[in-house]
Design a protein around this ligand. Structure first.
Ligand SMILES: [Zn+2]
Length: 185
């Protein structure tokens, strides 16, 4: 698959969780935009660190192996701890799962030499034809834009409700603190 799908697929999943949380009357979204970008970069990392066009090059790529998946785990923990506040563990594991998702997608779209350079055993096969790769990029781009707008709309709605609540509690407070004689009957 292309790098756009690898970057946006985990962003779509995590942003959908943000939207779900906001629809359940939460006060804040689960992932900030900066954290979504971090997760997207993690999803694209195997291709960014080992750029290639041909399948044969991917099958010799050190970033499309189990070794890379294991090696990137502590890096995700460090980056999550550094930039993933207030949920460092969640962000770190979402980043690592984004890398895992990349390898699974590539395994379904041509395969990966998962234990390279120990041997050339291929995991997966060509289950997703090339035309679908373009469709996948376009689809994930459209869903990303839709989700981003939806989450923003949910946040605006929640902010409006919070403002109304505060305004309501303030006016009831000022009403109750008004001297009795000044209240209209
Ligand atoms: Zn790849």
């Amino acid at each position: 698959m292309f790098v756009i799908t690898h970057a946006l697929a985990p962003v779509v999943v995590t942003n959908a969780l943000s939207a779900l949380q906001l629809t359940r009357a939460s006060t804040s979204r689960l992932f900030t935009n900066a954290q979504l970008i971090m997760i997207g970069i993690a999803g694209a990392a195997p291709d960014l660190l080992s750029p290639h066009w041909k399948l044969s090059a991917r099958l010799q790529s050190p970033t499309h192996t189990i070794w890379f998946l294991l090696g990137i785990y502590p890096v995700c923990l460090l980056v999550g701890r550094w930039l993933g506040q207030p949920r460092p563990w969640l962000i770190a594991h979402c980043m690592w799962l984004a890398v895992l998702l990349h390898l699974i997608c590539d395994a379904l779209a041509g395969g990966i030499a998962w234990v390279y350079p120990l041997n050339q055993e291929i995991l997966g096969g060509q289950y997703v034809p090339l035309p679908l790769w373009f469709l996948s990029d376009a689809g994930f781009f459209a869903i990303t834009v839709f989700l981003q707008r939806w989450v923003s709309a949910l946040e605006m709605k929640r902010d409006g409700e919070l403002l109304m609540e505060r305004h309501g509690s303030k006016s009831s407070l000022s009403f109750s603190s008004t001297p009795r004689g000044m209240r209209s009957s």
